[in-house]
Design a protein around this ligand. Structure first.
Ligand code: SAH
Length: 503
């Protein structure tokens, strides 16, 4: 079982490729062996010079040891414990080895080269044999959204008998410019996901492990539901917990995730071989709870309806969760989604099935790529604009430019802004003190900070404001999310005296 990681720095780089050894905490000049419960993990460098450095993790699995370490119940066929692919294919065992042997690198720590830890490096990862039960497309779909260029080659069942077709093993080559810790965390989480069978029983603490290991990328992954389900070996109660936690902390929405699950199943179907863990699963029905994301959208829609808005801008629309609801209500006659991220817009298109919508529905919607920190004359004249969980993604020095573009230039009748309430963060288990809910947040405001910002903006641009709590509320910390509804003073009142007054 083999994994290689190759780093080829750009020609003008001030560091040699062999610095990969520092990042991995494994000296390129040595061959090292690490005893594991199921065999031996070797780390060696087939090539290590200034221009190019390749680290290889070779796992020598001892099937007998693997069986001894196993709990009494196994559902494999009787010889399955001894005759299986574990010694040869990059399965969950490789992931476990990666977590053990490259633990410090996985956590992104390196005292000797701290700046390289934060640098996206040109990397190439090769996995010659990966069990991939969802077929080659599954590998493409899980890795590509993370910034990898993915080459997947199906391996024939037997090269001597091409008519037998392909096996469920593939060769995977990933190339991309990523931080090493991110690359390792992708492999750590996704190898067992592709395999679809864990060699150990999936216990409740796997949820913590998943959330920790995938922090910063899983919540935004278009196939996060499928990944979560497979990682947790379909233990429904755990899957639900994990999805809810991802949703709470990272602004995703379990409902949306369920929808993804349906389509994801097309490639995620198990090929009939149940994993030991899946066999032991008892389905525990969980009451679906309305997630913060759902409550937030409800609050925004209510404010839009109250304002009587028909032509609506969704600024920073992301992957289109609100657009979908706006489309479902025909009072919204013209809907424009704007986002700086082409990737998000493409996901929105796919989610909304834009190419399959009836003409009369599709023509109400337009999607536009653009930065909200620049004025755009096409955004003028709308009844309302929504900035849902967007301002906190903007660097504070650029916030003034966004205010000018939205409140000053586009100047819709109403502006609805939602943002996390930092005071509520202490109530989130698993969120470290002082940490933000999302890796891309540039700040998170307390209620007082949000109010101060909103009052200033309202005053400057002639809007009145009201504040609405959103989500669960705590007597001291307030609500989880906060919303301000700005209404253009001129549009609302004929009394010039109140113009520009924010209450
Ligand atoms: N409104 C969506 C997405 C919130 S995530 C929702 O609530 O589900 C924040 C979004 O804002 C991301 O999609 C990001 O790409 C976008 N964004 C951040 N800064 C932006 C900018 N300066 N211009 C346009 N979009 C921006």
């Amino acid at each position: 079982m083999l994994l290689t990681i190759t780093c080829t720095p750009p020609e003008d780089a001030a560091w040699p490729a062999t610095d990969l050894g520092f990042l991995l905490h494994k000296n390129p000049d040595r061959v090292q062996a690490f005893e594991q419960s199921y065999g031996v993990a070797h780390v060696l460098y087939p090539q290590a010079d200034a221009a190019r450095c390749t680290a290889a993790l070779v796992l020598e699995v001892d099937p007998i040891r693997l069986v001894r370490g196993r709990s009494r119940s196994t559902t494999d066929f009787s010889l399955g414990q001894y005759v299986n692919d574990r010694p040869y294919a990059a399965s969950s065992l490789l992931s476990v080895a990666l977590g053990a042997v490259f633990r410090t690198a996985l956590h992104g720590r390196c005292d000797q080269r701290p700046e390289l830890v934060r640098t996206a490096l040109p990397l190439r990862i090769e996995l010659p044999a990966v069990p991939c039960k969802g077929g080659p497309e599954a590998a493409e779909r899980v890795f590509a959204p993370l910034g990898w260029t993915v080459a997947v080659t199906p391996l024939p069942l037997d090269p001597a008998f091409p008519e037998w077709g392909d096996s469920h093993y593939v060769r995977i080559e990933l190339t991309g410019t990523l931080r090493l810790a991110d690359a390792l965390s992708h492999l750590y989480v996704l190898l067992p996901v592709l395999d679809g069978a864990k060699h150990y029983w999936v216990a409740a603490d796997e949820v913590d492990k998943l959330i920790r290991a995938s922090s910063g990328w899983l919540a935004e992954h278009p196939d996060r539901a499928w990944i979560t389900r497979r990682y947790l070996a379909r233990r429904h109660s755990l899957v639900r917990t994990a999805l809810a936690r991802l949703a709470e902390i990272d602004d995703t929405d379990p409902e949306q995730l369920d929808a993804v699950e349906d389509t994801a199943d097309e490639f995620g179907k198990d090929s009939g071989t149940a994993s030991p863990a899946a066999e032991q699963t008892t389905v525990e029905a969980g009451e679906p709870t309305a997630s913060l994301a759902v409550l937030r959208r409800e609050a925004v829609l209510a404010a839009l309806r109250e304002a009587g808005a028909r032509r609506v801008l969704d600024l920073g629309c992301g992957d289109g969760a609100l657009l979908r609801e706006l489309l479902a209500d025909t009072t919204f006659s013209e809907i424009t989604g704007v986002d700086v991220s082409m990737r998000s817009l493409n996901i929105a298109k796919r989610r909304l099935r834009l190419d399959r919508l009836p003409e009369r529905v599709a023509q109400r919607l337009s999607l536009r790529q653009g930065a909200l920190t620049y004025t755009d004359a096409r955004l003028r004249g709308y009844d309302a604009a929504v900035l849902m969980e967007v301002v906190e993604h903007v660097d504070p020095p650029r916030l003034g430019a966004l205010e000018h573009a939205v409140f000053g230039s586009a100047a819709p009748g109403s502006v609805i802004v939602t943002t996390p309430n930092a005071e509520y963060n202490a109530l989130y288990e698993g969120l470290e003190t002082g940490a933000f809910r999302h890796s891309d947040h540039r700040f998170e405001w307390t209620r007082a900070e949000f109010a101060a910002w909103a009052h200033r903006v309202a005053e400057q641009h002639g809007y009145r404001i009201r504040f609405v709590p959103v989500g669960p509320e705590h007597p001291d910390a307030g609500s989880s999310s906060q919303m301000a509804v700005f209404t253009k003073a001129t549009a609302e009142t004929t009394d010039g005296a109140t113009k520009g007054v924010a209450r």
